[in-house]
Design a protein around this ligand. Sequence first.
Ligand SMILES: C[S@@+](CC[C@H](N)C(=O)[O-])C[C@H]1O[C@@H](n2cnc3c(N)ncnc32)[C@H](O)[C@@H]1O
Ligand code: SF4
Length: 454
Amino acid sequence: MTDQSASISLAQKYGSPVPRYTSYPTAPHFSESVNEGTYRGWLGALGGSDTLSLYLHVPFCDRLCWFCGCHTKQTLRYDPISTYVAHLLKEIDLVAAAVGGAPKVSNVHFGGGSPSMLRPDDLGRIIARLRAGFSFGERPEISIEVDPGDITPDRVEAMAEAGLSRASIGVQDFDEKVQEAINRPQSFELTSEVISAMRGAGVHSVNLDVLYGLPHQTETTLSSTIQQVVSLAPDRVALFGYAHVPWMKTHMKMIDESALADIDGRFAQAQLAASLLVEAGYERIGFDHFARHDDTMAVAARGGRLRRNFQGYTDDPASALVGMGASAIGETVQGYVQNIVPTGLYMAAIKEGRLPVAKGFALGPEDIARRWVIERLMCDMALSQNATKEKFGELAGPILLEAADLAQGDEDGLFVADGDTYRVTEAGRPFVRVLAAHFDAYLKQGKARHSVAV
Ligand SMILES: C[S@@+](CC[C@H](N)C(=O)[O-])C[C@H]1O[C@@H](n2cnc3c(N)ncnc32)[C@H](O)[C@@H]1O
Ligand code: SF4
């Protein structure tokens, strides 16, 4: 980390594009060498002592927000969703039959897209099929991503019946000019009503997603949005920087780039929003989450049990993540798998009775060590030298030398040695992805373009 010029800001210096490290190695390094046969082996190796997290991807929305980077498709008809659900049910049967032993399901997460579009009978059918195929723990966490515009009384009732315990609701921003620029109208009143309805249905934890770096956002508009968000008393807030990647998502070309803040502006927005949330009593979790002191994510973070997976930060302790649905990603001790992304091809594979695996990554011993180091840095903002040596023996040597180099070359007080432990300081927290990237052995292979780090 050598300074190029004294006049450049930290955001300019460390805001270079890097991965979000929701996996290590990251998805651009997945390849077809991991296929259905590989995955069947990994699923078969699961046993009764494992715990399972199930992820179900629903790649449909009834609107298309121009900022959206998710795997989703707009549909105003329900037919494509019905057809998709029929295939998803079949995939549940195929995966359940391939799983060895009887690992207990601790978590079920419906992501998307907007799984809140699922009709009540379809949500019920999916949950029933999961319960028939897998062995459920006593009180599994069942969570869903919700677009408030989809919510109707019968959907809320179905969610209560399904035993839903967590909801993640998209806010993004309450400012009308910003909403117009991202094609996402959504009133504060509707959001508030949906939160009340969810809580009434037994949802004990509500997360709100908020974005900074959107077109026309300023520190003033963002602080109003944060005040409104705080008034809704969410248990958690996810504060994401808008990732502008029009080369991957062509609808982002609808966004006026001249209305986007520059890197210093983005950084100022992120810092302001974070300080307002902390002032309101939320604890900082990792680099982009906030949670109430008694929320399980905050408790896990304080106890060193925070994890990072494809959904971002989580307190889910499961030893394996099984992803179902088009584009879904799974993770076992052996490695990662990703399902086929285009829904037509995904359904064709299921129709033939195949697990719809597109690609993946089989982890070697060094990958496992680096994955752990990156996860601990991203979650704990710290890396214990003794713990690294104890876990990985000889493999720890070169990695800890890299940590020593990083701390020695750091002129900005972002990454410091503190006895046995290397710590990411509060100044370093917003740049933890850049610090983590120092331990990424594949980054230089340059397989992907990433969004900026702040
Ligand atoms: C699946 S959506 C949430 C549920 C629902 N579809 C909704 O929009 O309310 C997941 C979240 O990812 C975040 N997101 C989507 N596109 C993004 C982007 N380009 N950059 C950063 N965050 C993004 C948004 O905050 C969004 O709420
Ligand atoms: S932000 Fe949510 S509702 Fe909007 S397109 Fe993306 S997944 Fe769909």
